[in-house]
Ligand binder design. Structure first.
Ligand code: AMP
Ligand code: MG
Length: 522
């Protein structure tokens, strides 16, 4: 049997390759990628395949069960007539220029064309590349499950994201110091095959600008426009500016979606910012449980909390500024670039307001909506209040029954006994204002509920849920993984048989490693 995919390779055909084919760690200049062969896994075994992604790539469900599929997605063999490669990119990490980074443990297999769509297929954790720096090019089971489940969950929540095709065990052991505290241990190695129209990041452009390599920068930007923004037309200074405008708009849409569903990326470095505005590189991400603007799941960032929930929209702007600086070399019009960034500042506020209106079921636009929302954000943080449960249950409130608010949202409080005195008063006032605001709405209770339930998910991949799937998988049991994979395909549906997942984080998970505390070690 042959895996029958329509491989095409735009990236390697149209962009300059590293002339050195030796797989040694080094600085790679004047090239967008280096050819590299995946490491042969010791004893690969399949954990899970996405039937939907198989179909998207023109494969059948049966193909996913075949040993040839396992060989390809574990890096054991390479698809015929393809030459895998790792991309060269740089990045700003935690606010500082970090120089060359690149695909240190991601290997692109090929691009696949099916139904007039083109998908890049990439293995994460399939061995070292010239960009691996001091690390091993591998990934462990826990972080691979987190990426596999979360990218698909995000897709079904309507958040732009890279996708996942499969997850396999490599059969290799991988050494990791989970909390960077001098206690390394061996873990199971795993490989996720992931899929996106492109895995290009801001850092792919920054690296050439930082090296003064205008020629390669222009080649890459022209390539990106031709293949991913073809409607912008023939490259010119005007096209480059339009390109930057589109990247800005797409990145803004993405981050507003993150805020809507309570997703915290955790490592918003410019090497983790997709040029297509996709959520990319699922590392120490997390989901808000208690609504808290200051929360970040990333223990590596626990001091400065640069990438906390509340600052994500500002960080996108900072990252766009770095991209603007790189593209300036081609555009040479700082005022025009600044205008786009200034417009982002306004648009992101407008976008967030519209998003929050939709979460509250407000159809009309009224003058003091921003105040109502600001007040809500404050009152939500007075005592630990579960974001997902709060907004989902809020849809059950009936107009003119706001005095019944406590019963409606009680389940969202982690400590309902704290909702007394001033906290209770604050809530009561907020609900009075909300009721007043609802009274000028045209929607009936039912219409409002339906609209709200389309933007406020019932099920998200809570941090402890991923951990339960990981713990079971570590013991060779993939049932929880599959259950969550299926559940999260319909995050807005009631799914009454799955109500156990519509619940607050259990107490045992509050301070557990992997649930509320995650590091970049993966
Ligand atoms: P991240 O912030 O996790 O997206 O990774 C930042 C950079 O480190 C990227 O260039 C990754 O390819 C690289 N990297 C992360 N983990 C590893 C690893 N285990 N082996 C090699 N490179 C890695
Ligand atoms: Mg990354």
């Amino acid at each position: 049997m042959k895996l029958n995919v329509n491989s095409i390779d735009r990236f390697t055909k149209e962009l300059p390759a590293d002339k050195d084919v030796d797989n040694s760690r080094r600085q790679v200049e004047k090239a967008c990628f280096s050819y590299v062969t995946p490491k042969s896994p010791k004893a690969p075994s399949l954990i899970h395949v996405s039937t939907e992604m198989l179909t998207n790539l023109g494969l059948k469900e049966e193909d996913g069960k075949h040993s040839e599929f396992l060989d390809v997605v574990s890096g054991k063999t390479v698809l015929p007539n393809t030459k895998p490669y790792a991309m060269c990119y740089g990045g700003h990490q935690f606010g500082n220029w970090a120089g060359q980074l690149g695909d240190g443990r991601a290997i692109n297999l090929t691009e696949i064309k099916h139904n007039s769509k083109i998908w890049a297929l990439q293995l994460k954790g399939a061995g070292e590349t010239p960009y691996s720096r001091t690390a091993d090019g591998l990934a462990v089971l826990r972080s691979s499950i987190r990426e596999y489940l979360c990218s698909e969950a995000m897709y079904y929540l309507g958040v732009p994201t890279t996708r996942a095709l499969s997850i396999v065990l490599s059969g290799n052991k991988v050494l990791r110091d989970v909390l960077y505290n001098g206690n390394p241990a061996y873990e199971k190695g795993a490989i996720v095959s992931r899929v996106a129209p492109s895995f290009l990041r801001f850092g792919n452009y920054e690296i050439f600008a930082s090296r003064g390599d205008k020629t390669t920068l222009k080649t890459l930007v022209d390539y990106t426009i031709k293949n991913h923004f073809p409607h912008l037309g023939i490259p010119s200074k005007k096209t480059y500016l339009d390109f930057f405008q589109e990247v800005t708009t797409k990145s803004m849409d993405m981050v507003i979606h993150w805020q809507r569903v309570g997703f915290v990326h955790g490592v918003m470095n410019t090497d983790n910012m997709s040029i297509l505005g996709l959520t990319i590189d699922y590392g120490p991400y997390g989901w808000l449980e208690g609504y808290d603007h200051n929360w970040t799941p990333n223990t590596t960032d626990s001091r400065h909390k640069r990438y906390r929930y509340g600052t994500q929209p500002q960080i996108v702007l900072w990252n766009l500024l770095q991209l603007a600086k790189a593209l300036y070399v081609l555009i040479e019009d700082a005022t025009a670039l600044e205008t786009i960034l200034d417009t982002y500042r306004i648009d992101v506020k407008v976008g967030q307001l519209a998003m929050m209106r939709s979460k509250l079921g407000l159809h009309n636009t009224e003058n003091f909506d921003d105040q109502l929302i600001e007040d809500l954000e404050k009152v939500l943080q007075l005592t630990e209040t579960d974001m997902t449960i709060f907004f989902r249950n809020l849809a059950n409130l009936k107009k003119e029954q706001s005095n019944n608010w406590f019963n409606t949202i009680e389940d969202a409080f982690y400590k309902p006994q704290e909702v007394v005195g001033a906290i209770k008063e604050n809530w009561t006032n907020w609900f009075k204002n909300y009721e007043k605001r609802l009274s000028v709405e045209i929607w009936t209770n039912e219409e409002r509920k339906n609209a709200m339930n389309k933007v406020n998910p019932k099920y998200v991949l809570r941090n402890y849920m991923a951990q339960l799937a990981i713990d079971a998988a570590d013991n060779g049991d993939y049932k929880v993984l599959d259950e969550l994979f299926v559940l999260l395909k319909k995050p807005y549906d009631e799914q009454p048989k799955s109500l156990k997942w519509f619940a607050k984080r259990p107490e045992w998970a509050r301070h557990k490693v992997g649930c509320s505390m995650l590091s970049c070690s993966s």
